[in-house]
Design a protein around this ligand. Structure first.
Ligand SMILES: *Cc1c(COP(=O)(O)O)cnc(C)c1O
Length: 396
């Protein structure tokens, strides 16, 4: 047998990961994603999911998923441009457009491929993409797939953004400014009103990836654009259906023109099978629930404030988050990972996030509070934070 099949070049790289102490195995979850879970065989309070509203295992979503399977089957059977566009896919886009208060929506199979497919479809040679330095990996990949040039502005630095726009306006045909709506590592919100002002001043288009804003910010989770009441002034408003909505998928909300174009040139629409009926049925139900009441988003914010306040009172540094994302900043990388490990041993799962995902010396555990947590669970989690924090001399 040829030695080429041994993949020695990968074995060497894997060994390097082990030497650097960054090799890991995937944690295994037994059962649904809920406030309390069995992870790697241990019962823990889950402070690490993006299941903001507790929809991932909600009875109404499950029922809708099963009903969709009974009516439409397990799979869509083709890409949308051939025969994989079922009436429920159309229904989903109609309800999403209505929910987002935009003309139209175009649904993709994930938030990741929504960014990868959309950015390359709407930009090309002779254009410039202007991107916040902390934007998500899928935006970076979408930008790489585009033939446009790229410029990065310092995180939420409006003076720097204006400088980039001023210097480049005359050199390019179209300019597209891209930002996350909510930044996932710190929980801060993009300065969207200022970005839109600058975009209009320099005749640039705007693109907001609201993966962590969808289902969280705005009226009943309509997102960052709704939060700032900027309807009609953001050209491409991206949401995920996999985080707060609890299922899987992504979409762009915006104009009919956007929708018409992506129908023809969004490569994941043309070359990848559409979302399965179960997912579509469950998502439609989730959007209906949000349109019926603010109960879920209210509970999410209430829990987040409660938890943040308690941690702050104990003396933890919870950073500058403006959303339910609650970082607890430890600083040192090794200490952060040890804190996370000890929290797990004591019954709380919260993942450690260190360099290179965040700057050196700003290691943190990132707590994701959800509407699904009870106050009792949050209290227990806070007690465990206090115990471990004292043991490790993080708290005095
Ligand atoms: C999670 C995330 C995505 C990817 O969404 P998926 O639906 O999980 O593929 C895209 N952008 C941002 C900012 C995200 O946080």
């Amino acid at each position: 047998m040829s030695s080429v099949h041994e993949l020695n070049f990968l074995k060497e790289k894997i060994q390097e990961l082990k030497d650097q102490g960054v090799y890991r195995k995937l944690p295994v979850l037994e059962g649904p994603n809920e406030a309390e879970v069995i992870l790697n065989g241990k019962k823990v309070i889950n402070l690490s999911s993006n299941n903001y509203l507790g929809f991932a295992n909600h009875p109404r979503l499950k029922k809708a998923a099963i009903a969709a399977v009974e009516k439409y089957g397990a799979g869509a059977g083709a890409v949308r441009t051939i025969i994989g566009n079922m009436d429920i896919h159309e229904e989903l886009e109609e309800i999403l457009a209505k929910f987002k208060r935009e003309e139209a929506a175009m649904v993709f199979q994930s938030g990741f491929n929504c960014n990868a497919g959309t950015i390359q479809a709407i930009t090309g040679k002779g254009d410039l993409i202007v991107s916040d330095e902390l934007n998500h990996a899928s935006i970076i990949d979408g930008t790489r797939l585009s033939r446009a040039d790229k410029a990065i502005f310092k995180h939420s630095d409006m003076d720097h953004l204006e400088k980039v726009l001023k210097e480049n306006r005359d050199k390019y045909e179209n300019i597209l400014i891209i930002t996350d709506g909510v930044f996932s590592m710190d929980g801060d919100i993009a300065k969207l009103p200022e970005i839109v002002e600058l975009a209009e001043k320099y005749e640039a288009m705007t693109y907001v990836d609201d993966a962590h804003g969808s289902g969280v910010l705005g009226e009943s989770g309509r997102g960052t654009v709704d939060h700032f009441n900027l309807h009609g002034r953001v050209d491409f408003s991206i949401g995920t259906l996999s985080k707060a909505i609890g299922v899987v998928g992504g979409y762009v909300a915006g104009s009919n023109t956007m929708q018409e174009w992506l129908n023809h040139r969004g490569r994941p629409i043309l070359f990848s099978t559409s979302l399965p009926p179960a997912a579509v049925g469950a998502i439609i139900e989730a959007i209906k629930m949000l349109m019926e009441s603010t109960e879920y988003t209210d509970r999410l914010w209430d829990n987040a404030k409660y938890f943040k306040q308690k941690l702050g009172k104990l003396g933890f540094d919870t950073g500058n988050s403006q959303t339910p994302i609650t970082p607890v900043i430890i600083g040192d990388e090794a200490k952060t990972m040890e804190f996370s490990r000890k929290l797990f041993e004591n019954g709380v799962f919260v993942s450690g996030i260190v360099f290179p995902t965040v700057p050196k010396g700003t290691g943190r555990v990132r707590c994701m509070v959800t509407a699904g947590h009870t106050k009792e669970q949050l209290d227990r989690a806070v007690d465990i934070f206090e115990k471990v924090g004292k043991e490790m001399n993080i708290l005095k």
